[in-house]
Write a protein that binds this ligand. Structure first.
Ligand code: COA
Length: 322
């Protein structure tokens, strides 16, 4: 029997809109304060897309940077998978728009909808396509313009999110012990009312704005992310001590610190961007990974643990040896 061909991560890139809105600026528009936002979430500012920036345009820029880092041409790419909850169009998929923006003439693209866990779901899908031999080089992208889903008069949600895109390139042929070691996906539709955006075309009379029962989502996040992390470690016969970097979904600093504590990881081995990016949903993990790779923190052979929870609820984890 031939050995399973794992996917390795060969490039990572990110894109953040130029416009930055600080907590103090938000406090001029809604009844909130820099202190409340910082204390409850760790967020200090967020990037907001301008009118000419779209989910597809940001995705393509992040992908371009991942390709440059890997030294791979877009012509060599077999597939593009975009995780997003904010597609520019009902169809074609953002991934197909990205193909055109990157000048791709072959391969295929599709989007994955799993809210803030979307990047983990897209990564798992890409890894499976590579393991099955269906594709050799896949761009996995998270790109979101949550600023266009928010009720900017609702202080309980509008302070939490930001826009941006992150991308990784996965290629077949990981050396022994390297690459995507495992992914673990979960969802439970019974908790759909805790965090959602209505307004899909299948249902009339809706607002198309994000609604969240923050405290309940927080409670689920602590429990479910712990389980997802345990699952990833146990299935690879590893412990928290083996993890070099935690690259978590960036929703709330208190949740991130809770996960680090559970793993006994010191704060300097946890990649945190929530202070500057806020919650960029499916883009948050690749944006955080990009930052830590570009500044030299994450190195070849490092064991990276990723985890995320989002609307659905959806949640999951991934372990990658870089
Ligand atoms: N500024 C000032 N006050 C605010 C506020 C804001 N932006 N948002 C809410 N408040 C108020 C509330 O009205 C409430 O006031 P009350 O006690 O007078 O009713 C008080 O602050 C506490 O609100 P609560 O919702 O209980 O706060 P919290 O400590 O749970 O923090 C979140 C709120 C959203 C930061 C937190 O619940 C959270 O991070 N949840 C998980 C979010 C998450 O992970 N989501 C995404 C998954 S992808």
């Amino acid at each position: 029997m031939s050995a399973i061909c794992r996917a390795r991560l060969t490039g990572v890139g990110g894109y953040l809109p130029r416009q930055v809105i600080t907590n103090a600026e938000l406090a001029q528009k809604v009844d909130t304060s820099d202190e409340w936002i910082k204390t409850r979430t760790g967020i200090e500012q967020r990037h907001i897309a301008s009118e000419d920036e779209t989910t597809a345009s940001m995705a393509a820029l992040a992908a371009q940077r991942a390709l440059e880092q890997a030294g791979v041409s877009s012509k060599e790419i077999d597939a593009v998978i975009v995780a997003t909850s904010t597609p520019d169009k009902v169809f074609p998929a953002v991934a197909v728009q990205v193909q055109a923006l990157l000048g791709m003439e072959k391969g295929f693209g599709f989007d994955v909808s799993a809210a803030c866990s979307g990047f983990i779901f897209a990564l798992a899908t890409a890894n499976s396509l590579i393991q099955s031999g269906s594709a050799k080089k896949i761009l996995v992208i998270g790109s979101e313009v949550f600023s266009r889903l928010l009720d900017w008069n609702d202080r309980t949600t509008c302070v939490l999110f930001g826009d941006g895109a992150g991308a990784v390139l996965l290629e077949s042929g990981a050396e022994d012990g390297q690459g995507v070691l495992s992914t673990h996906l979960h969802s439970d539709g019974r908790t759909g009312d805790l965090l959602y955006v209505d307004g899909g075309v299948g249902c009339a009379g809706t607002t198309q704005q994000l609604k969240m029962v923050g405290r309940e989502v927080f409670r689920h996040a602590v429990v479910k992310l712990s389980q997802a992390v345990d699952e990833a470690l146990e299935s690879n016969h590893l412990t928290g001590e083996d993890v070099k970097w935690l690259v978590p979904h960036q929703a709330n600093l208190r949740i991130i610190e809770g996960m680090a504590k559970k793993l006994s990881l010191p704060s300097d081995r946890v990649v945190v961007t929530v202070d500057r990016h806020a919650n960029t949903s499916a883009a948050s993990i690749p944006l955080a990974l990009n930052e830590a790779v570009q500044d030299g923190r994450v190195q070849k052979n490092d064991l990276v643990l990723m985890e995320a929870l989002g609307g659905g609820l959806t949640w999951g984890s991934a372990l990658i040896r870089m």
